[in-house]
Design a binder for this molecule. Structure first.
Ligand code: UT7
Length: 322
């Protein structure tokens, strides 16, 4: 049987951390550090400089992941980038990443657009390619420049998000790695979190900024995250007590705490980066994963539960042995 393992992780955050105070001052926001920390747990985020794109961030994260895996771009036979903020309408960020990496072996490259669940979606898709035997070494990336789609006059959303990228190299293995995955969508909730318009060639059609009913998203997120976590645990015949680290999508520290509590996983086992990264959408899970791997908290052999929820609505989880 062909198994799928993570052989390397990498991540990249653009520029210096921007504190709540600095953001409030720079954008003239009617907000406070106290409000943002109390309601979200966010203290700072990173924002890409003008001209820096998702594929640029993806490139830096991918380089690090390939190095950690002991691989080069030439070894990669499939590239999947999860993003809702690609460089262009087309070509995909994945195709641009392939070119930047210098991967010239004709590996297929495509984007997955599932907003904050994008990385879990991409991981689940990549695993199916590896298990089928068609591909052996897949680069899976979450990369976002959400700062480009924020309405800086909407204090209810603009303080929440940040930019960044995270990547993993997934490889075929004879030892178990990814144990179970699940992904879902319910498009009937499209109205509570969306970018209803678009901008192309400098022309705006409709509303090009992120709009969110925060409280509706909050309630939906806590419910489906707990449900999908239990789904992948059941599928693998495991219990929450066997999970060493819960690595949820980083949107709000209160959502992380509520989900961990529902799953009876102690807060100490729940990875938190939202305080320093803000919500980086599809990048948040691989960013948190890489930070913990490089910091030595995540060790080989440990069981990790990754889970995300985002616009669509979409949600999903992956249980794996690292
Ligand atoms: O990646 C998935 C997508 N996102 C999420 O998962 C986010 C989910 N939702 C949330 O995290 C929370 O709902 C928010 C952080 C967005 C909002 O927190 P809340 O506790 O639900 O606050 P609220 O929206 O009910 O707003 C409470 C008050 C309002 O004032 P009034 O009407 O009570 O006078 C807002 O206008 O807080 C006000 N407010 C702010 N005040 C200062 C909203 N944003 C700010 C702000 N600074 N930045």
């Amino acid at each position: 049987m062909i198994h799928t393992r993570i052989s390397g992780t990498g991540s990249f955050l653009p520029g210096d951390a921007v504190s709540n105070e600095a953001l409030i001052a720079a954008r003239g926001l009617d907000s406070s550090d106290e409000w943002i920390v109390e309601r979200t747990g966010i203290r700072s985020r990173h924002l890409a400089a003008p001209g820096v794109t998702s594929s640029d961030l993806a490139f830096e994260a991918s380089r690090r992941a390939l190095q950690a895996a002991g691989r080069t771009a030439a070894d990669v036979d499939l590239i999947i980038v999860a993003t809702s903020t690609p460089d262009y309408v087309f070509p995909s960020a994945a195709a641009l990443l392939q070119s930047k990496l210098g991967n010239t072996n004709g590996a297929p490259a495509f984007d997955v657009q599932a907003v904050c669940s994008g990385f879990v979606y991409a991981l689940t898709i990549a695993e199916k390619f590896i298990r089928s035997g068609s591909h052996k070494c897949v680069l899976v990336v979450g990369a976002e420049v959400f700062s480009r789609i924020l309405d800086w006059k909407d204090r209810g959303t603009c303080v929440l998000f940040g930019d960044g990228a995270g990547a993993v190299v997934l490889e075929a293995s004879d030892r178990p790695g990814l144990l179970s995955s699940a992904f879902h969508a319910d498009g009937s909730h499209h109205g509570i979190l969306s970018v209803p318009g678009q901008i192309c060639g400098g022309v705006v059609t409709g509303d090009p900024f992120l709009r969110m009913d925060g409280q509706a998203v909050f309630k939906f997120a806590v419910k489906v995250l707990a449900d999908v976590a239990n789904e992948v645990l059941d599928a693998a015949g495991m219990t929450a007590a066997q999970v060493d680290w819960l690595i949820p999508h980083q949107a709000n520290v209160r959502i992380l705490q509520a989900t961990a509590k529902k799953l009876h996983i102690s807060p100490q086992k729940c990875m938190v980066t939202v305080d320093r990264h803000g919500n980086t959408s599809a990048a948040s899970i691989p960013l948190a994963l890489d930070e913990a791997v490089r910091g030595g908290r995540i060790q080989r052999g440990q069981h990790l539960l990754l889970e995300g929820v985002g616009g669509g609505f979409t949600w999903g989880a992956t249980l794996l042995k690292f």
